[in-house]
Design a protein around this ligand. Sequence first.
Ligand code: GLU
Length: 426
Amino acid sequence: MTLAMPAAKHAGEELRDSALRQLDSAAKALNLDPGMHQFLSTPERTLIVSVPVVMEEGHLEVFTGYRVQHSTGRGPGKGGIRFHPSVSLAEVEGLAMLMTWKCAVTDLPLGGAKGGVAVDPRKLTRRQIERLTKRYTAAILPIIGPEQDIPAPDVNTDDSTMAWIVDTVTMMTGRHSPAVVTGKPVELGGSRGRTEATGRGVAFVTLEAMKRAGRAPENTRVAVQGFGNVGSITAKALAEAGCRIVAISDVSGGYTSASGIDVPKAIAHVQSSKQRLLEGFSGLSKISNDELLAMDVDVLVPAALEGVITPANAGSVRAKLVVEGANGPVTADADRMLADRGVTIVPDVLANAGGVVVSYFEWVQSRAGFYWELDEVEKRLEIYMRRAMELVLSTSKTYDCTLREAAFIVAVDRVARAIERRGIFP
Ligand code: GLU
């Protein structure tokens, strides 16, 4: 008789389960009302849409899209839209919940939402991606809006995607609607500094955590997994601060150099390559993504996708500081294993919150129709990040817990209190 192996859990399910387990532990620490705990465990609203796209050859392909609003307790839903083959309902639900906590930790007057389409955009032409974006936008239009739910870029989406969303909403409503999304091109009402904000925020919390551990940038070796918007800007900012970036990677594989990688050169390579990948970046030793995670470095920044550090490889992580540039890169079990070994993890809801903080600034600017200078954006971003970081650090001391547990305690408490003050309708 052969025993069937249990099916491996999909990374999206793992992410949602991890988020729920983290909520459970915060609920316990806060002695949260069981009804409130249940309310916060479930998304407020889920929309699943079918997205047909006419391909170049004339045939039709149909993709599945999602928009999940986890909580609007503190304000309109906020969160990105990703285009990736692994997008699933579980994944979008988990990511929407993380957005609720991220906006609450940073004290933005916003709730949490997320969207996605299960598609591999590398297999589509730019025109097809535009059509896909516009059809998906039309499908989710009933539940998005500046006072309802405000999307933004995420994995494989960018300012062009946001411009197409603005166009669709404007055409369908007859009203110019820049505040319906953030992460727009600056010429269409985007905020200065939004593109760099996530990576800048990740670098900021990394340097702060290093400072507290008595670690000087000159003596710090960093590996960054993922070289999209978040990973590349983080690597660039950390290199500028004096750290040595010894490894970078993307879906095409990783690259390492003991003496340090020329990050601007790597960024220029990606920007000039057709697939926008590191592939073919010359002069460096090649490694795999798994090898990058196990490198002998001081700081590891997983800035690609969720579920990359699991119980299977957590034991081989050698960095003493892990900063989550991506959402959910460390699973709940791996998180415990690393914490037990004394590894400090700056959790996603704090580490990569710079993006949504500047999204909030952009939403404010778009609604006011008045745009700030870059130094104003940068100054305010630092204020928000520093305040959130200090609160999470002090909460971790008060509760004698990890930074992730502390971030969840701060966030869950803020969301629950807002809902309580409003009272449950009707
Ligand atoms: N997608 C980003 C995140 O996961 C940004 C979301 C936003 O700006 O609304 O935080």
